[in-house]
Design a protein around this ligand. Structure first.
Ligand SMILES: Cc1ncc(COP(=O)(O)O)c(C=O)c1O
Length: 341
C-alpha cells in the first residue's frame, strides 16, 4: 500500500540494480542500470509498475476490459495487453496512426497476447485529440454493448494512480543504493509521458531519499517543466500530500530529443551499439537509446558532479529495435558483421 492505494503484484520482487563495469571504467564514475527491462510479462518494461496500481483500480471498479491509447508501436499498450491476459481481462489499444506495413515488434506481441488494436488513419484536417477521443468513445460503446465494463488508461499510464509505480521504485532503489554503498547517486530516467519521472521525483522528495534526479525528454515538449509541475500538483492533491516541489526543482533536459518522437538517429544507434558491445545489454531506439546517448554526452560535458555515481533506469522498450524504420537503418550499419563463408 502506497499513499492509500493498493496494487496488484506483477513484479514479484525488486528488479536488479547492476553495475556496468566496462562503462564505469570509461566514464571514470560508477555507472549502474536499474533493470526494469527485466520485469516479468510481455517482455518487460517500466509500464508494469504503473499497471500494478492501475489494474488494481480497474478490478476494484469491476472492469473487464483495459482500454488504452498510444502509437501503433506503443510499449505501454503491449504491457497492458500482458497484464490483461494475466488477469483474465480483455485488452484494447487505440492508435491514431498508420499501419506500419508489417505485423512486427509490439504490434506482433499485442496480437500474441490477444489484444485488439484499433488503428485510426490520421486525418490532417482534424486535430489529433479529436480523432483519438472519437475512437475512444466508439470503441468503448462497442464493448459496453456486449456487456463489458471498460477501464480507460491514459497514454503511458501516466495519471496520478500510475505515478505510484515509480514512487515505489524510488523507495526500492533507496534500499539498493544503501545496500550497495553507492556514493552520491544521480538517477537518470527517460521522460515520455512523464509518469516514470514524476513517480521517482515524488518518491525522492516525499520519502527524503538522498539522490539527484535528471529526466531526459525524448520528444519535443512546449514547456516540459510546466507539464511536470501540473502533473505534480494533481498528484499531491489526489494523495493529500503537501507540495514540496516547484517548477525549478524539475530537472528535465530537452537537448537530446533530436526533434521528434521515435525518429531514427545515427548517434542514438551508436549509443545502442556502444552499450550492446560493452555490456551485452540491449537498449531501444525510442527511449533508452536516446537516454543513454544523453548520459554519454553529459559525462563528456562534466554535467555530473565529481564522485557522483550514475544510475540509469532501463525502462525496457526492446521490441522497438524490431520496428521496420529502425531495423532497416541498423541493417545497413551492421551488415558488415555478417560474414558469408
Ligand atoms: C521503454 C519506455 N521507456 C520510457 C518511457 C517513458 O516513460 P513515461 O511515459 O512514464 O515518461 C516509455 C513510455 O512509453 C517506454 O515505453
Amino acid at each position: 500500500m502506497t499513499l492509500g492505494y493498493e496494487k496488484m503484484s506483477f513484479l514479484g520482487s525488486s528488479t536488479p540494480l547492476e553495475k556496468m563495469e566496462n562503462i564505469s571504467s570509461e566514464f571514470g564514475a560508477g555507472f549502474y542500470l536499474k533493470r526494469d527491462d527485466l520485469t516479468p510479462y510481455g517482455t518487460g518494461g517500466n509500464k508494469l509498475r504503473k499497471l500494478e496500481y492501475l489494474v488494481k483500480d480497474a478490478k476494484n471498479q469491476g472492469a473487464t476490459v483495459l482500454l488504452t491509447v498510444g502509437g501503433a508501436q506503443t510499449n505501454h499498450g503491449r504491457l497492458t495487453a500482458a497484464v490483461a491476459a494475466k488477469c483474465g481481462m480483455k485488452s484494447a489499444v487505440i492508435a491514431v496512426d498508420e499501419y506500419p506495413g508489417e505485423l512486427s515488434a509490439n504490434l506482433l506481441l499485442d496480437g500474441i497476447m490477444g489484444c485488439d488494436v484499433y488503428l485510426v488513419k490520421p486525418d490532417s484536417e482534424k486535430k489529433y485529440g479529436e480523432q483519438l477521443n472519437a475512437a475512444i468513445n466508439k470503441v468503448t460503446r462497442s464493448y459496453e454493448e456486449k456487456g463489458e465494463k471498460v477501464y480507460f488508461i491514459p497514454m503511458g499510464g501516466s495519471n496520478e494512480v500510475g505515478a505510484l509505480g515509480y514512487y515505489d521504485c524510488a523507495v526500492e532503489l533507496a534500499k539498493q543504493i544503501d545496500d550497495m554503498n553507492i556514493e552520491n547517486p544521480h538517477i537518470v530516467t527517460t521522460v515520455g509521458s512523464l509518469g516514470t519521472y514524476m513517480g521517482l521525483a515524488m518518491g525522492i522528495a516525499h520519502e527524503n531519499i538522498a539522490a539527484n534526479l535528471t529526466g531526459i525528454s525524448i520528444m519535443p515538449y512546449k514547456d516540459v517543466k510546466e507539464s511536470a509541475l501540473k502533473h505534480y500538483i494533481s498528484c499531491t492533491e489526489k494523495f493529500g500530500l503537501k507540495p514540496v516541489l516547484s517548477k525549478k526543482d524539475f530537472s528535465i533536459l530537452t537537448d537530446y530529443d533530436y526533434g521528434a518522437y521515435n525518429n531514427p538517429v545515427k548517434e542514438v544507434r551508436d549509443s545502442i551499439y556502444h552499450m550492446g558491445s560493452r555490456e551485452g545489454i540491449i537498449l531501444d531506439p525510442c527511449y533508452t537509446g536516446k537516454t543513454f546517448n544523453a548520459v554519454r554526452k553529459l559525462v563528456e560535458k562534466g554535467y555530473f558532479a565529481k564522485g557522483e555515481s550514475i544510475i540509469m533506469i532501463h525502462t525496457g522498450g526492446i521490441p522497438g529495435i524490431y520496428t521496420k524504420h529502425h531495423r532497416l537503418e541498423m541493417e545497413k550499419e551492421l551488415m558488415g558483421k555478417i560474414h558469408i563463408m
